[in-house]
Design a protein around this ligand. Sequence first.
Ligand SMILES: [Zn+2]
Length: 218
Amino acid sequence: MNIIMLGPPGSGKGTQGQHLIECLGLVHISTGDLFREILKQPEHPLYRDVQVLKEGKLVSDEVTNRVVEDTLKKLKDAKGIIFDGFPRTTEQAQALDRMMSSLNMRIDAVLDLNVTREVILHRLLGRRVCPGCRRVYHISQGYTVCPECKVPLKIRDDDNEETINKRLDEYKEKTAALKDYYREHNCMYISLTIDDVSMTSQEVHEQIIQEFSKRGLV
Ligand SMILES: [Zn+2]
């Protein structure tokens, strides 16, 4: 089963992807993670193209498609893939369709995490990340160091209100057409609205599994 996860930055795509990997044995392709890996390697051929992220901008379609295609080729034999942060535009979706069919693969479902701006600001402005194990915490949990590796938690460079609002506006504008594309596409489109800051990631996960099982996907 190959799934695309849609949702604005801070919608919890990464976390929900992790839950689904554990639950369903799928592989996770997160363009955000792939880009952050590239940013750790100044000698990487795409380093300069990915650096625009630090200005709150999105990486170009051309560069994103190259990064995804390189990764997909390595995952031809996977049980299933979850796409997180890709595709973001209809152009990228069409490119993905071409890549997938050339590898004899297809998209089975699109999961749209429709999280309100209020919930996203609450989550992202309070987000703290462990530089050691990459676990993500929230300031409301009261940790200053990672409980697992005792490393001090950090705020990610791009987690400030101005950058977040800019990214949300850009996301909304760019993905409106993408959502239409997938609603008309030959796969299942599942939209989940999350407008409650107190909803835990486990509760969201349970709702996702319910939606999948209603449709016979799991
Ligand atoms: Zn840690």
